[in-house]
Design a protein around this ligand. Structure first.
Ligand SMILES: C[S@@+](CC[C@H](N)C(=O)[O-])C[C@H]1O[C@@H](n2cnc3c(N)ncnc32)[C@H](O)[C@@H]1O
Length: 347
């Protein structure tokens, strides 16, 4: 059985890290690679690595933002394409991810712990607001977050029911399950997990709560499994509930909306926006955001003849949505639901 974006037996490979040194200016990008041991044995295989970085880096001297550092696979590949004038600012809300970034010893690279909601402020602090050549968002959770039972994302590996990407702040999944009423739980399971039996599962959770609060992932998975009337083939019956809780706890959709808005403002005209998402709830938002800004808008009343420049088209689409190849999915089954969309800022 698999978790959302997770295959228990899939092989994961770490992108080789780039160790860069100061190079004379105007040279062509020349990365050097060295083997790396990922911290605590948890690895992340970057999805759509080459396509994303190719689409992002159109100016090797530019300043870029990797809004989702994770384990730095994309960041390292971006740095490999930049000259010594290039800059890369990375952000991640997960303190473990930020700690991993210490392995990148490169004067062109900066990392900040923070979330999408503060993206504009962080970029501004680095003097890059409105000046970025590109923004990459590879949204969702990383493999180390999913694989480490202590992070509480997994229904396959027992651990504390946490699910926060930044465990130092906000409400854990256990806290939410302890305080939400049946209606709130059902609404979350339905909206964020697209769970058909949301109400029934919420009722089972509320009925069990007085006996013992939910504190462990395996306990919640068992209660949901027992209450679920229609198991889907090849899918753990708690899959949708776990996805829903993760999205709720991390405010993932609200964060994505904030990131898209902030990224558009933080880009320089001509800058590229690249977004990789892993489920349809996210991809729908990305697609709509790009489509709306490609179509443009006008304050003029309907029916009035308008010139193209009055339409305020802030983005131009850079091709169709792209998905990983069959080979990439075979190598990394977690890539299977990924969708990448790219656009260029017009003004
Ligand atoms: C799919 S992983 C990125 C993997 C990365 N591209 C790589 O190659 O290693 C997503 C990362 O984004 C971070 N993240 C997700 N939502 C975030 C948010 N709202 N603000 C900041 N970071 C976020 C997660 O903590 C996670 O480390």
């Amino acid at each position: 059985m698999t978790e959302p974006g997770l295959s228990a037996d899939s092989p994961f490979f770490c992108t080789p890290p780039l160790r860069t040194a100061l190079r004379p200016s105007n040279e062509s990008p020349m990365p050097t690679f060295a083997p790396e041991q990922p911290a605590r044995g948890f690895r992340h295989a970057s999805v759509l690595l080459d396509g994303a970085v190719e689409g992002l880096v159109h100016d090797p001297q530019g300043a870029y933002l990797d809004g989702t550092f994770g384990r730095g696979g994309h960041s390292r590949a971006i740095l490999a394409r930049l000259t010594s004038q290039g800059r890369l600012l990375a952000i991640d809300r997960d303190p473990q991810a930020v700690a991993e970034a210490a392995a990148i010893d490169d004067p062109r690279f900066f990392i900040e712990q923070g979330e999408f909601a503060n993206l504009g402020e962080i970029v501004d602090r680095h003097g890059l607001y409105g000046r970025l050549a590109g923004v990459l968002l590879d949204v969702g959770v990383s493999s180390p977050q999913l694989d480490d039972p202590q992070r509480g994302f997994s229904f396959l590996r027992d651990g504390p029911l946490d699910m926060r990407m930044d465990p130092t702040r906000g409400e854990s999944a256990a806290d939410f399950l302890a305080r939400a009423n049946e209606g709130e739980l059902a609404a979350v399971f339905k909206a964020y997990g697209e769970e058909r039996f949301a109400r029934r599962l919420a009722r089972a959770i509320v009925a069990r709560r007085p006996e013992r609060p939910f504190a462990r992932t395996a306990d919640l998975a068992e209660v949901v499994k027992a209450a679920h009337p229609a198991w889907e083939k090849g899918k753990h019956p708690a899959t949708r509930v776990f996805q829903a809780l993760r999205i709720q706890v991390n405010g993932e959709l609200q964060q994505l909306d904030a990131a898209l808005e902030a990224a558009l403002e933080a880009l320089a005209p001509g800058g590229h926006l690249v977004v990789i998402s892993f489920h349809s709830l996210e991809d729908r938002r990305v697609k709509r955001f790009i489509r709306d800004h490609v179509r443009g808008d006008t304050d003029l009343p309907r029916g009035m003849p308008i010139r193209d420049d009055q339409l305020k088209r802030r983005l131009a689409s850079l091709g169709k949505a792209r998905r990983p190849s069959a080979e990439e999915i075979q190598e990394n089954p977690r890539a299977r639901s990924a969708v990448m969309r790219m656009a260029r800022k017009q003004y």
